[in-house]
Write a new protein. Structure first.
Length: 102
């Protein structure tokens, strides 16, 4: 699935995108609040200025992703790979994060 298809499905009311391969997807400025992106591959994805409030990003791969200016309040990051991610000026108020020793 590409970014365009994901946004089309989201607009139609779908919220479960768990396990999707969205590597290098351009989702800048997208509204994905309440989306389930757990276990998704978002390696090097552009999520700048995206609304990911209340999204489930548990066990997702966000390494190298651009999350600058993203709205991440109440997002879940349990087991998420954020290595090398750009979180400059991201809103991470009350983000739920747990670091595992994997």
């Amino acid at each position: 699935m590409d970014a365009k298809e994901l946004l089309k499905r989201y607009a139609a009311g779908e919220r479960d995108f768990s396990g999707m391969n969205l590597q290098e997807a351009d989702l800048s400025g997208a509204n994905l609040s309440d989306a389930n992106l757990s276990q998704a591959n978002l390696l090097a994805a552009n999520l700048s200025d995206a609304n990911l409030s209340d999204a489930n990003l548990s066990d997702a791969n966000l390494s190298g992703a651009n999350l600058s200016y993203a709205r991440l309040s109440l997002a879940r990051f349990i087991g998420t790979n954020l290595e090398g991610a750009n979180v400059t000026d991201a809103d991470i108020v009350c983000a739920i994060q747990q670091f595992s020793s994997r």
